[in-house]
Design a protein around this ligand. Sequence first.
Ligand code: G3H
Length: 268
Amino acid sequence: MVMNYNNIILLSDMDGTLLNTNGIVSEQNKYAIKEFVAKGGKFGIATGRNQMNSVMFLDGIELNIPCILYNGGALYDFKTKQFLLLCELEKTKLIEFLRFCLKEFPDIVILIFSPDQCSVISVKENTDPDFIAEHQPCEFCKMEDIIEKPWIKILFCGENKMLKSLEREMLKFDLENDVHCVFSSGIYMELLPCQTNKGSMLMRLRELMDKDYTIYAVGDYNNDIEMLSHADVGIAVHNAHPDLKEIADVTTVSNDESAIADVINHIL
Ligand code: G3H
């Protein structure tokens, strides 16, 4: 029997899932994805990263389906280089909150993501150069300089304790109906438009598809919870956060053991 994957969509998170701890896609993952696509499968990424940044890690990988970027803030077609859907943050109360953060939490690095630009609006003196490198291409500017642009998501980077305290302070700014707050790692807290996450975008993707697909989604952290919940099969990597493992249907090997190849070879 010739196995085919004609009715399968495989969506993979990047950091901690498709990428190993060195930030690289293993040859085993690349080979398995190539075979999966050759046998009719649809492969896409679902990441917190933007299109400029994620593409740098995906050399040799065919993305034959629109991809979920900005933690669900956008659906993007890498083939046509077009956004198919874009969610935008409501700025009014957010600006007040960001001013507060700049003043009271100077050690937190803040990045604002617009469709064509990633802007660093706050940098502490000893900001880890690897952090800035990880978010390239990015520009250093003032919040006021990008006020006219749409903002898709805001990333706060700092010590976990500090971010938790900032999250508590946010309650004073009456933002519950404007933003969705999620941790995408221990040191990253992100704000997205209300009810926007990888799961909400997965549902939009499902609606856009030409037929019914069985969607498998793989992830490692709390920003993947909704995506795994809305997929037909939600898969957590071995190194995943316990909260994600708890809601996953299946667990696979770790990102350092080519988890995506394992999913393709043993779970689909
Ligand atoms: O927001 C950016 C973080 O690197 C999360 O990325 O969704 O691929 O894990 P990820």
